[in-house]
Design a protein around this ligand. Structure first.
Ligand code: C2E
Ligand code: MG
Length: 259
């Protein structure tokens, strides 16, 4: 059992190492909507890996692996640059796509040169900094907080936006959240799931939405799959949604059909 798992890890490691060079990594984009104003407010870039033998490997599976092996550095750099290039193209064509959100893992954010990397990619691609949103998970906050707020503030000062992903699943202190230059909270889909039937999910979802309102932040509900979930979440005061009900993660061309 253990050997099999160890073997799989080694296999994943070497396969992932070659994935970039072989162009097996692609990005898809999931739209985010303001359902009251019927308006596209942004897209989230999500990584996809298709390996010829292993098939499709979920980012939930290979991102933690890439973090352990340090491969996240080059993969994250590629994701950031590709996303900014896509956004810059839409910007040049004057499409109103809102913001492009890029997921940034803890080890990327804690990299010494992270701020410079972002600034470099922005100037290289020409994407307006205000069109870029960096999504950090609540888990990033749990780790070494040293320098985190300072890094965020530098990027914020040039216009980059920040959102907290998977809010409600971690243990971040509210006073710490308050000190960060944030724009958005993303209500985790585990709470959206069964929000219509499960009392605990309902309580957490409405608490997160109230927290966002109190902090003057936008809240985007993630993983909305049914009209019933939308209705309950809207009644709680949240109008911004992302989920299969509105659109699956799709190619850049498919996003363009939404403009
Ligand atoms: P996440 O940032 O919370 O992304 C949302 C996930 O929910 C995506 O899974 C998306 O496909 C899925 N999703 C969206 N709407 C629905 C829905 O209505 N129902 C259900 N059941 N699922 C929905 P995905 O693409 O498999 O990504 C999983 C996680 O992998 C992401 O969670 C993110 O933490 C990480 N990830 C993805 N791309 C990147 C990346 O480029 N860099 C880093 N560091 N992490 C990434
Ligand atoms: Mg995300």
């Amino acid at each position: 059992q253990l050997t099999k798992e160890a073997y799989r890890q080694v296999l994943l490691d070497s396969a992932l190492r070659e994935a970039q060079a072989r162009q097996e990594l692609t990005l898809v984009f999931q739209p985010q909507f303001d359902v009251v104003r019927s308006q596209l407010i942004g897209v989230e870039a999500l990584l996809r890996w298709h390996h010829p033998q292993l098939g499709s490997v979920s980012p939930a599976q290979f991102i933690p692996h890439a973090e352990r092996t340090g491969l996240i550095r080059s993969i994250g750099q590629w994701v950031l640059e590709s996303s900014c290039r896509q956004g810059a193209q839409w910007q040049a064509e004057e499409h109103d796509f809102g913001t492009i959100a890029v997921n940034v893992s803890a080890s990327q954010f804690h990299d010494e040169s992270f701020v410079e990397q972002v600034q470099h990619v922005l100037s290289k691609t020409g994407l307006a900094p205000t069109k870029l949103e960096l999504e950090i998970t609540e888990g990033v906050l749990a780790q070494d907080t040293h320098g985190l707020i300072e890094k965020m503030q530098i990027l914020r000062s040039i216009g980059v936006r920040f959102s907290i992903d998977e809010i409600g699943t971690g243990y971040s202190s509210l006073s710490f959240l308050k000190r960060m230059p944030l724009d958005r909270l993303k209500l985790d889909r585990s709470f959206v799931d069964e929000v219509t039937s499960d009392e605990n999910n309902k309580i957490i979802a409405s608490a997160v939405i109230a927290l966002g309102a109190a902090m003057g932040l936008e809240v985007v509900a993630e993983g909305v799959e049914t009209k019933a979930q939308e209705t309950v979440i809207r009644a709680m005061g949240c109008n911004k949604m992302q989920g299969f009900l509105y659109g699956r993660p799709m190619s850049g061309e498919e996003v363009e059909a939404l403009f």
